[in-house]
Design a protein. Structure first.
Length: 737
């Protein structure tokens, strides 16, 4: 919340962002910057509300620890949370405020943590369609006073003081399209169960198997590791959206979304809910002159004058987790406003993406007069008929950590008749937002009298050796002066900014992590090899060799702002030890890295037989039955030999299905009746070169040999019509045809 005096001094304007834009550290105000950096072996945001540390890889430290007032179970008491890793973590890839731990849950399943201005978000990203049911553990040690347990209905929940804080029984799962554009793509849920007890309690998430296997689902698929809870800080601002059908009937589904969605789309109605924290707002009790809520509209159903979207004051309480289409809070018509325009990133001129304003003076005056603030709701005026929708950026938008493009509310009102000012001696480097930590000439801070607005403005313009600072707003020159004019007016002699001394960068880039890790075993044969650097590099080269010295062909490219080198082999890797050598990486100062090498071993698991036909020890098997064997993975060079009970080999042809999992031996001639046959399978290898364990089984054919008992026409018949059907009948264990 920021308050500034408007030109002329008659009015004051207060700005409220939907998320924190400045935080106080050690008595000084700092701009929020959740960009992640490596510091003393751990990963931290540059500046955020919570004190957060993330693992820089390995197995000793937890994935995340966070400390802050907003984590406390009791107001005013800081709390601390710890989230354990599901196993040994790789060195994460850092991009802005997001840390990605590649394949932390197994091949192709990443663990992703995004630090927000007020908290963090914890997600699991499934990059490719899994071949089996997934169970994803999330071990959490909540702050003191909170715990994981079961609600009164027996469902997993976050609890404190006997009350349910958040339902954790089902969690949102969204495919790539649904994340990019709400209302498109596919969504589902992951069911949660609790394992362990006490400090060892963990959530285990199981995404719906049918959803993950659905060909219509677009990968990567993202699982929210938990609904927003008090131990995320305010990781999710008080904004979300719901729909009257489809995937978004609950507010928790879109609580972590970077978008707000409102209007009518493809037969569904969407409503957005958002609330600004107005605790301690200085306009309470004042006469409101102007008030607006501003939303960044970047996608719309059309450009220009599209259709009416209205904004209403909410008159009853709600939370992101409790909000459902069937359980919406009361929204009132008093003071509602309408904006018919739509902007879009693909439109031009004034219709290009940008701010849409909703003028809410009546609503703001109600809040100023003491009406409880429960936020606002946005919807289409007409919730039937043609498409009419808007997509806005929410408070979760990662690209707006400085407050830009987040929803914000500003209100202009009459300035109080008298204000309290502080007279502070001039300092070369004053601390923004602080009035008591300055050095004073005497042991007692100088006191300023109560001033009218006019007196304060006059003192500002004729300050002599003093100036005024508002401890909430910060440290600014007058609006109508340049900084130089301001210094002159207060009789200050600013020190010139020293010319920075160019200190040459002589530190070469280094490798800070690899995937696979050094000497890792049982690496999947289609693994992409990734190398992370300490800084952006160019000209990096990678060479992958087998232990025999044979070079592996493939393609390489730089990713993640030139800090990650990725190598994709041209084909599946065989079973072998591989050595990777990385060299030549050059930073922007021209420093070249020292060569770095590491090794790993590919998958050593051989294919397994899952079924055979005929089954082992079967009897009365039809003499024309094909012989087949099924494996649990693609298998090559498989050999099948069939012998009768006298050891005589049976001739036939061998073939495999398209997936190379089912191998079939078709005999050249029918098998004999009442004979025991032995089948031997050997030689099969998977793509890694792992060879199957030889398998032998036997079966016995039907003991009654087929014989002809009659024909039509009969033997030596005469006068048979030319178009007669010829048939034969017989007995025995096989069809006579």
């Amino acid at each position: 919340m920021t308050t500034v005096a408007m030109p002329g001094g008659k009015t004051v304007r207060t700005y409220v962002s939907s998320t924190v834009v400045r935080v106080n550290r050690n008595g000084a105000w700092h701009k929020v910057d959740p960009t992640l950096v490596v510091e003393n072996g751990v990963i931290k945001p540059r500046m955020a509300k919570l004190d957060i540390q993330l693992s820089n890889g390995g197995s000793a430290a937890p994935l995340l620890t966070a400390t802050g007032d907003s984590l406390g179970a009791k107001e005013g008491r800081p709390g601390k949370i710890s989230v354990a890793a599901p196993g040994k973590l790789p060195v994460p890839e850092l991009s802005g405020s997001t840390a990605t731990y590649r394949s932390a849950y197994g091949r192709g399943i990443d663990l992703v943590v995004t630090v927000t201005p007020e908290g963090y978000q914890h997600q699991i990203v499934i990059r490719e369609r899994p071949g089996e049911r997934l169970e994803l553990p999330v071990p959490i040690d909540p702050p003191s006073g909170m715990f994981l347990g079961k609600s009164s209905s027996g469902k997993p929940a976050a609890l404190a003081g006997g009350k349910e804080l958040a339902d954790l029984s089902t969690l949102p799962v969204l495919d790539a399209k649904a994340i990019a554009a709400p209302g498109t793509g596919k969504t589902s849920t992951a069911t949660a169960m609790l394992t362990g007890s006490g400090d060892d309690t963990a959530l285990v998430l199981t995404p719906d198997v049918a959803f993950l296997a659905d060909p219509a689902v677009t990968y990567p698929v993202t699982v929210a590791a938990a609904n927003p809870t008090p131990w995320h800080g305010a990781g999710a601002p008080d904004d979300t959206f719901i729909a009257n059908g489809g995937s978004y009937t609950s507010g928790s589904y879109s609580a972590n979304s970077g978008a707000l969605f409102a209007g009518r789309r493809d037969g569904y109605n969407y409503r957005s809910y958002l609330k600004f924290n107005l605790t301690g707002a200085p306009f309470i009790g004042q006469q409101i002159i102007d008030a607006n809520i501003t939303l960044w509209n970047y996608i719309s159903s059309a450009c220009g004058h599209v259709g009416d979207i209205s904004l209403h004051r909410i008159a009853s309480s709600w939370t992101v987790n409790s909000l459902k289409w069937s359980e919406q809070p009361l929204a009132v018509a008093d003071g509602y406003v309408v904006n018919p325009y739509g902007k879009d990133q693909n439109c031009s001129d004034w219709m290009a993406e940008g701010e849409l304003w909703y003028s809410i003076e009546t609503i703001a005056q109600a809040w100023a007069d003491g009406t409880p603030n429960h936020g606002v709701m946005i919807r289409a005026v007409g919730e039937s008929g043609a498409n009419n929708w808007r997509q806005y950026l929410s408070g979760n938008y990662a690209g707006g950590s400085d407050g830009s493009h987040h929803p914000y509310f500003f209100v202009e009102y009459e300035a109080p008749a008298r204000i309290k000012g502080f007279m502070i001696p001039y300092k070369e480097n004053p601390t923004v937002g602080d009035v008591l930590d300055h050095d004073y000439g005497s042991s007692t801070p100088q006191q300023a009298p109560l001033l009218t607005v006019e007196e304060a403005l006059q003192a500002r313009e004729q300050a002599g050796s003093y100036f005024l600072e508002d401890s909430k707003v910060g440290f600014y020159p007058p609006d109508d002066m340049t900084e130089e004019e301001w210094h002159t007016s207060i009789d200050a002699t600013p020190m010139p900014t020293p010319t920075p001394t160019d200190v040459p960068d002589t530190t070469p880039p280094t490798v800070i992590g690899t995937l696979p890790t050094a000497e890792e075993n049982n690496v999947e044969v289609d693994t992409e090899i990734r190398v992370s650097f300490s800084e952006p590099v160019s000209d990096a080269q990678i060479e992958v060799k087998r232990s025999s010295g044979q070079i592996v062909e493939g393609t390489s490219k730089m990713e993640v702002s030139d800090t990650v080198l990725a190598f994709r082999p041209s084909g599946a890797l065989p079973l072998a030890r591989f050595t990777v050598v990385v060299q030549g990486g050059r930073d922007t100062a021209g420093n070249i890295m020292a060569p770095h090498s590491f090794g790993f071993f590919t998958d050593g698991t051989a294919p397994k037989v899952t079924a055979v036909t005929p089954v082992k020890d079967a009897t009365d098997v039809a003499v024309s039955t094909p012989i087949s064997v099924t494996f649990d993975e693609a298998t090559y060079n498989t050999q099948i030999a069939v012998k009768d009970q006298n050891g005589i080999a049976i001739e036939g042809s061998l073939s495999a299905d398209a997936a190379h999992k089912i191998w079939t031996f078709q005999t050249t001639q029918q098998l004999a009746a009442g004979v025991t046959y032995e089948v031997g399978v050997r030689g099969g290898q998977d793509a890694a070169g792992n060879e199957i364990t030889p398998l032998t089984w036997s079966f016995k054919t039907d003991g009654i040999a087929p014989s002809v008992t009659g024909t039509s026409p009969g033997a030596d018949a005469t006068g048979v019509a030319l178009d007669s059907t010829m048939n034969r009948s017989g007995i025995g264990g096989d069809s006579m045809g």
